[in-house]
Design a protein around this ligand. Structure first.
Ligand code: DX5
Ligand code: ZN
Length: 220
C-alpha cells in the first residue's frame, strides 16, 4: 500500500510567527515541511534562505524538503544541508551540471531530487535516475503560491510513476501547485505519493481539518 505524505508549503504561512506555524502544522498532521526558496532571478519572487531553515529546524522533527527555485544551484546546497534540510530539490534548467548538483546534495547527507516545470520534459531523468530520491512535478509555473492546478500535470505524474516503477528504486513522487481537497485524489490516482499544499492549508484557520479532509480523499 502506498504511504501518502502531506507536505505543507510554508510559503503561505505567517512569516512573523513561523516557528509557531511549523509546530502547529506538524501537530495538525503534516508529514514533511515544504520550504520554497526563490531568488528573484530564476523565478520572479524572493523568499527565504538557509538562515530561516536553521531557525525552524529545532521546532520540528519531520523532514524539511527544500525546493530550490534558484540559479545557480550548487553554491547554496552546503548551506542548506548545514541548516538541517533533509531533502533538496532543484530545477534541472537552473543547473549547469545536473549530475554534479545531485551528487553534491547526496555528499552532504541529504536526499536529492529534480523538479519539473509544466513545460520541462522528464527526459532530464534519463541518465541520473540512480541519483534521484525524489521527483517533483510542478502543477503550476513556479514563483507564487495560490495559483490554479494545471491539469496536464496529471499525465506527467503518470509518466514519472512509470519511470519510477521501471527503475525499481525507492523514489518519492511529489506534486506541487494548486493542490486542494478536491483534486488531491486525482493526483494520487495518477501516481503521486507526496502532496505539497500551501494556500489550501495555511489559508484556513483549522489546519487539521484540511489535512484530515485530504487524507480522507486519499483513502477513497
Ligand atoms: C510555487 C511553490 C509552491 C507553492 C504552492 O512556486 O513551489 O510550493 O507554495 O502553493 P499552493 O499550494 O498555494 O499552490
Ligand atoms: Zn514548492
Amino acid at each position: 500500500m502506498t504511504t501518502f505524505r502531506i507536505a505543507p508549503s510554508i510559503l503561505s504561512a505567517d512569516f512573523a510567527r513561523l516557528g509557531e506555524e511549523v509546530k502547529n502544522v506538524v501537530a495538525a498532521g503534516a508529514d514533511i515541511i515544504h520550504f520554497d526558496v526563490m531568488d528573484n532571478h530564476y523565478v520572479p519572487n524572493l523568499t527565504i534562505g538557509p538562515l530561516v531553515c536553521q531557525a525552524i529546524r529545532p521546532h520540528v522533527e519531520v523532514p524539511i524538503d527544500v525546493h530550490l527555485m534558484v540559479k545557480p544551484v550548487d553554491r547554496i546546497i552546503p548551506d542548506f544541508a548545514k541548516a538541517g534540510a533533509n531533502i533538496i530539490t532543484f530545477h534541472p534548467e537552473a543547473s549547469d551540471h545536473i549530475d554534479r548538483s545531485l551528487q553534491l546534495i547526496r555528499d552532504h547527507g541529504c536526499k536529492a531530487g529534480l523538479v519539473f516545470n509544466p513545460a520541462t520534459p522528464l527526459s532530464y531523468l534519463e541518465h541520473v535516475m540512480d541519483k534521484v530520491d525524489m521527483i517533483l512535478i510542478m502543477s503550476v509555473n513556479p514563483g507564487f503560491g495560490g495559483q490554479s492546478f494545471i491539469p496536464q500535470a496529471l499525465k506527467k505524474i503518470a509518466e514519472a510513476r512509470r519511470l519510477i516503477d521501471e527503475s525499481g528504486r525507492d523514489i518519492l513522487l511529489e506534486v506541487d501547485g494548486g493542490i486542494k481537497i478536491d483534486n488531491i485524489a486525482a493526483a494520487a490516482k495518477a501516481g503521486a505519493d507526496t502532496f505539497v499544499a500551501g494556500s489550501a492549508i495555511f489559508g484556513q484557520p483549522d489546519y487539521k481539518a484540511v489535512i484530515d479532509a485530504m487524507r480522507t480523499q486519499l483513502a477513497t
